[in-house]
Ligand binder design. Structure first.
Ligand code: XIL
Length: 315
């Protein structure tokens, strides 16, 4: 009997969830936990990204995402669709293209109307735009920004709204969890979108944290966003440590997980939280951040770590 989703809903949150994806679906011990009542929400780690869904122009592949949605449907979970417009995991026919502004607008609209509109009517939320900002608050210089300026964001949000009027539409980023230049840039973007009646419902705080470096103003920074009329979601939580792990580090991690979860718990507009996979067995951290790992609440043998108790304490 799982506790995380139940506890989250008990304090008025919509869900407690985890990332997952197809390569893990053959691991029956993993699936027993994923499909249990521990989690009320899942996010596909990769299978709904542009390179997976539209590898060639107007040729769509939905099987990976469909498998994630099928698991959610059969186990009563909601899905956060992830993601529609991002400079990374973007096929070269888009990233290296010389599309005009009009052409790229059509490419974005066609991608979104197909991915959102015809297949993944997922009933909850989409990360429509992923990671639009640099750490200094300027826009990432990618094909979208370089061709369309910041208009690519409203083009994508409007297209997603047209494709699924009921879905919550989010912009998701990292480095916006504490106050600062990047968080301010995101808040300014939210205000501009709202002033122009562009549909924007939520901001994803990715929350890929380093042990001992949880922003001290996480809660007040969430409140700064919710005051603008958007929900906040913790979308990709993990807390990595420099390996090897020790009992002391795992204890610190427990406390850090509690701090993050308690911040969301305290903010009514922080509606849900998702770990970027629940187990170290399938974490993206070791292959991405050299020398770091052990970032998740279950270890690589699928045994709960002190971090799991930290989450429970925060809920
Ligand atoms: C990561 C996946 O977990 C990896 O499997 C993949 O190789 C790279 O992308 N921010 C995001 C996620 O929004 O999509 C990223 O997921 C992690 C960082």
């Amino acid at each position: 009997m799982g506790v995380l989703n139940t506890l989250a809903q008990g304090i008025g949150k919509k869900y407690f969830g985890s990332a997952t994806d197809n390569p893990e679906f053959t691991d029956s011990a993993y699936m027993a936990i994923l499909e249990s009542s521990e989690f009320g929400q899942i996010t596909p780690g990769n299978s709904m990204k542009w390179d997976a869904t539209e590898p060639e122009q107007n040729t769509f592949t939905f099987s990976g995402g469909d498998a994630v949605v099928a698991i959610a449907n059969s186990t009563g979970k909601i899905v956060r669709g992830h993601n529609l417009v991002w400079q990374s995991q973007l096929p070269s026919w888009v990233s290296d293209s010389n599309f005009t502004a009009d052409e790229l607008t059509s490419v974005i609209q066609n991608h979104i109307s197909n991915v959102v509109g015809t297949n993944y009517i997922i009933g909850y939320a989409w990360d429509v735009v992923n990671e639009p900002f640099n750490s200094d608050g300027t826009f990432v210089s990618d094909v979208f920004y370089n061709t369309l300026g910041s208009d690519f964001i409203s083009i994508a949000l409007n297209a997603a709204h047209a494709a699924d009027p009921d879905a919550k539409l989010c912009i998701n980023d990292y480095g916006i969890e504490g106050s600062g230049t990047k968080s301010t840039a995101m808040q300014n973007l939210v205000q501009t979108l709202k002033a122009n009646s562009v549909p924007i419902d939520c901001i994803g705080f990715e929350s890929h944290f380093i042990l001992g470096e949880i922003p001290s103003d996480l809660q007040s920074n969430m409140e700064a966003f919710t005051a603008l009329g958007v929900d906040v979601q913790i979308t990709e939580l993990d807390i990595r440590m420099e390996l090897p792990e020790t009992a002391d580090l795992l204890d610190q991690q427990k406390s850090d997980y509690e701090t993050v979860i308690a911040a969301c718990a305290a903010v009514s507009g922080c509606v849900g939280m998702t770990v970027w996979d629940f187990t170290d067995k399938y974490s993206w951290v070791p292959s991405t951040f050299s020398g770091y790992g052990a970032a998740c609440p279950y270890d690589s043998n699928l045994v709960k770590k002190p971090a799991f108790d930290g989450i429970v304490a925060g809920l």
